[in-house]
Design a protein around this ligand. Structure first.
Ligand code: SF4
Ligand code: SF4
Ligand code: SF4
Length: 258
């Protein structure tokens, strides 16, 4: 396998201009969409089949409900090392590339949408025109021609960086240390640790607060793992109920015989 590629999004550098969102639409020839009012500058509320990049806006409030800080984050498919979408896909349409990214082969997708519910980040969207699941392709066509992802190229502040994962991880760790020195005590990386949740994310982030501030799960898990745990709990409960019924029956039998 080739050296793993990644995207590193540093939210401390994002100015919310949405150049990345527009560049993604343009390169991937994604059709325009009706704007949706979300109560903030964010448009749309979630990923769609025509929006693979989404600049999110958050207002962090203090205990009294006063706005403390604005946060902007350009969100995208995380190209997870343990990808729920890939594991759930029954046709093999979702595959891992030689660069470690996760793609959907549109010719093989049968539109079952198992991947939609299996993604812990709500990334996969269903395209009703093609009847297939869609998401960020990590600009597979561009990276194989030495161009780099369109979103990273368009970002005027280098909030989105593209490169080899190991080099980006070193850069990200230095940046966290720098920000903490500057007084950003809650600066932290999300998804950079390959020993962390989902084996690490190949699109990882530098956040200025807890993941919850950015609507991200603290410890993302694959829904499939929950199904397994839930199944064990259900089987355990069924056994307990069964044993309870046997005991009750024996008690009644004993009283009846006295
Ligand atoms: S973020 Fe979701 S869609 Fe992207 S690779 Fe991970 S599980 Fe799949
Ligand atoms: S990598 Fe390409 S497809 Fe993915 S969000 Fe960026 S521009 Fe869009
Ligand atoms: S282009 Fe860069 S600065 Fe502008 S919204 Fe996207 S990530 Fe933020």
């Amino acid at each position: 396998m080739a050296r793993t590629l990644a995207m590193f999004t540093d939210v401390s550098l994002c100015i919310g201009c949405r150049a990345c969102q527009v560049a993604c639409k343009q390169w991937n020839q994604l059709a325009p969409e009706e704007p949706e009012w979300t109560g903030s500058y964010q448009n749309h509320p979630h990923f769609t089949d025509k929006s693979f990049r989404l600049v999110r806006f958050f207002e962090e409030t203090d205990d009294k409900g006063h706005i403390k800080q604005w946060h902007m984050m350009s969100d995208v498919c995380k190209h997870c090392a343990q990808a729920g979408c890939l594991e759930a896909c029954p046709t093999g349409a979702i595959y891992r590339t030689e660069h470690g990214t996760v793609n959907i082969n549109q010719d093989i997708c049968n539109g079952c949408r198992y991947c939609v519910s299996a993604c812990p980040f709500g990334v996969v969207a269903f395209n009703h025109d093609t009847g297939t699941a869609t998401k960020c392709t990590f600009c597979n066509d561009r990276i194989h021609n030495g161009l780099g992802p369109a979103c990273a190229k368009a970002c005027p502040t280098q909030s989105i960086r593209f490169g080899y994962r190991d080099e980006l991880a070193t850069l990200a760790q230095k940046r966290v240390a720098e920000l903490r020195k500057q007084g950003y005590a809650n600066a932290q990386l999300y998804g950079e640790d390959q020993n962390g949740p989902l084996g690490g994310l190949n699109a990882f982030f530098l956040l200025l607060g807890k993941p919850a501030v950015y609507g991200l799960p603290e410890k993302p898990k694959l829904p499939q793992r929950n199904v397994f745990t839930d199944s064990l709990l259900s089987i355990g409960s069924a056994i307990l109920v069964g044993l309870g019924a046997v005991v009750a029956f024996r008690d009644r039998g004993g009283k009846g015989g006295a």
